[in-house]
Design a protein around this ligand. Structure first.
Ligand code: BES
Ligand code: ZN
Length: 623
């Protein structure tokens, strides 16, 4: 794909220039296109010498909280005498070339965010580089949980989180989304535990001895290499899907995920064949810092979506959608993150529309729009464009609702203007043309304007490079929310008496709209928080989304009856999306002392992704 770069660059700008100008413009544009390809978050030289396949052999030592073993990189050398890997907090024992002699290596650069780059001497003819190493207990990707921190409470647990640049803290590799690799792995665990990876499990016979083999035959970016180890059970959900969970969670998970097979079929009808063979989900302990992570063949998910009524499974539609957007067609750099997430939200909503109807997906879209408006209010203007500029910053800083929701509304705008049928054909072709490849934002624009020329009239560059929401943003029609807005004009205990406002029929999303739109001043003055709690028991809700939204409003209103439940929630759950607004609300309510008291206790339960954000938010110094 890269060979077409200069051709693409010239299409990008040439229309309407004189010859001399064309030449100058075209080299400028080539520069722009080339610049966009540089991954500022990886020191690796994969464009010169590329790791193509990695073979892992690691032992998980739960005593010392270390992964120990080796990784072999099969490389393609285009003439370099050193290969540079990204690492973070790894201890290297030795490095061997082609299974023969040891070679020289050194850490050449150190950066607080990016870690240490490891330069290894190689020869022109070197075919493989084997690094013997171990991780540190503080490895940013890996969380080691003691039995108390799991659902089953009897066995320890481990999981990794690679996106965005954390894989380098458990495997020394070329940690750029622009370099796709295949992998195989041998994972050694205590005998009673199961290991799973974002790969095909092979040779189950050795499971009982604690030796687990895997292979990932499709090329994937390094952030999608993932491992989990624990006391796990597996239940099939159909021909090509299933769920892993701790033994006491498995039945609830099977119930919750009944629609997965249908989701796969719907997505395939829209965007082409599912190319990863199997789609499983593992439900992790509650400290998992995300709602879900799209590790190929095996989505990692938070247990906070197990609501008992299948109401939060659009998250699974989202992670499944990444099987096309993100995993098949991947952002070239983290500045292009919206190409992963914006497309995925768009596909997620198309899947939920097919399965549950337009009224349902429009509720999700409207809640998404509220998130978008909130982010645009909170973020500095230059962080609200789709294309990011993250030089000197962690990719994590760019992972806001802008990529997700502005990305979604941009694609929906295109769909509404060119017509659904044409847009569906366009996307299907896009995933075909870019399968197992990478793409920059600039390459996307060229492709879009070539395939759908009418896009040139649709403010595409404004959407991508300018802050805020352009004027041609689509309007959401969430009919189901009309009754919710009407209900908010009555008191919480009485609106149920009104014609058509039957709260007993409301679903999670209606309740979320209700809670998010509470007028805090009015509710405080009227004593509605207590009244609503008596009627609907929000404070003790088992639905994590409803509980978290309610706690946020309650803290803002000084309704302290929620505090004991807030404390329990923050200690149990490590999902950053819930932690950030709750700790923020406590700070804004002048409850810093209370927040810190909870945090002291909760912090050991959180993954690095969450502690990193919360430490900053709370000004917490880790001693
Ligand atoms: N890929 C993301 C999770 C992620 C983002 C990890 C940025 C690391 C850095 C995943 O697909 C995701 O978006 N998860 C969301 C759920 C979704 C329904 C919006 C989450 O975790 O909340
Ligand atoms: Zn996502």
């Amino acid at each position: 794909m890269r060979t077409t770069l200069s051709v693409l660059a010239s299409i990008f700008i040439l229309a309407g220039c004189t010859n001399a100008k064309k030449k100058e413009q075209s080299s400028n544009n080539e520069e722009i296109m080339k610049d966009a390809l540089k991954d500022i978050h990886s020191a690796s030289n994969y464009q010169l010498v590329q790791s193509m396949h990695i073979t892992l052999d690691l032992t998980a030592d739960f005593e010392t909280k270390k992964l120990k073993g080796f990784v072999t990189h099969t490389i393609k050398n285009n003439g370099a005498d050193q290969i540079i890997f990204d690492t973070k907090d790894l201890t290297i024992e030795k490095i061997v070339l082609d299974d023969k002699g040891e070679t020289k290596y050194e850490f050449v650069k150190e950066d607080e965010i990016l870690g240490q780059s490891l330069a290894v001497d190689i020869k022109k003819e070197t075919k493989s580089v084997t690094i013997y190493y171990e991780t540190s207990p503080e490895s940013e990707a890996v969380q080691w949980l003691n039995p108390q921190q799991t659902a089953y409470k009897k066995f320890p647990f481990l999981f990794t989180q690679g996106e965005a640049i954390l894989t380098r803290s458990w495997i020394p590799l070329q940690d750029s989304p622009g370099n796709k690799i295949t992998y195989s792995a041998t994972i050694r665990t205590p005998e009673e535990l199961t290991a799973v990876m974002s790969a095909k499990k092979i040779d189950m016979a050795t499971e009982e001895l604690g030796v687990h083999y895997f292979t990932m035959e499709q090329p994937i970016p390094s952030y999608l290499i993932a491992l989990a180890i624990g006391k796990l059970e597996y239940q099939s959900l159909g021909d090509r899907s299933g769920v892993y969970a701790e033994p006491n969670m498995i039945d609830a998970c099977v119930y919750e995920f009944q629609d997965i097979e249908r989701m796969i079929s719907v997505a395939e009808d829209l965007y082409g064949e599912y190319l990863w063979e199997q789609y499983d989900v593992i439900v992790l302990p509650p400290s998992f810092p995300f709602g879900g992570m799209e590790n190929p063949r095996l989505t990692f998910a938070t247990p906070t979506i197990i609501a008992g009524d299948r109401s939060l499974t659009s998250l699974i539609a989202h992670e499944l959608a990444h099987s096309w957007s993100g995993n098949l067609t991947t952002n070239a750099t983290w500045n292009d993150f919206w190409l992963n997430e914006g497309f995925t939200v768009y596909i997620e909503r198309r899947i939920t529309e097919e399965l549950y109807g337009r009224d349902y997906s429009e509720m999700l879209a409207l809640l998404g729009h509220q998130d978008l408006e909130h982010s645009i209010d909170e973020l500095p203007a230059d962080e609200t464009s789709l294309k990011l500029s993250l030089k000197g910053r962690s990719p994590d800083d760019g992972m806001t609702d802008i990529a997700y929701e502005k990305g979604y509304f941009f694609l929906r705008m295109l769909e509404e203007n060119v017509g659904r049928e044409r847009f569906d054909d366009f996307l299907k072709q896009y995933f075909k043309d870019f399968k197992f490849k990478n793409l920059t934002t600039e390459e996307f624009i060229v492709y879009l304007e070539k395939e759908l020329p009418e896009a040139k009239e649709l403010n595409v560059k404004e959407w991508i490079y300018e802050p805020g929401i352009p004027d041609n943003s689509p309007k959401v029609v969430a009919t189901n929310f009309e009754k919710v807005e009407k209900a908010l004009t009555y008191s919480p205990s009485t609106f149920g008496n009104e014609e058509g406002l039957n709260p007993e029929k409301w679903t999670t999303h209606e309740w979320l709209h209700y809670i998010r739109n509470i007028d805090v001043e009015e509710w405080k003055n009227e004593g509605y928080f207590k009244e609503a709690d008596a009627a609907f028991h929000f404070t003790t809700s088992k639905n994590s989304e409803i509980a978290a939204a309610w706690y946020e409003k309650s803290i803002e209103a000084g309704y302290k009856e929620v505090y004991p439940e807030v404390e329990k929630f923050l200690i149990r759950v490590g999902r950053r999306k819930f932690l950030t607004p709750l700790y923020k609300a406590l700070l804004e309510a002048d409850e810093k002392e209370f927040a810190l008291k909870i945090y002291e206790q909760a912090r050991p339960n959180y993954h690095f992704v969450s502690t990193n954000t919360m430490d900053n938010l709370l000004g917490y110094q880790n001693s």
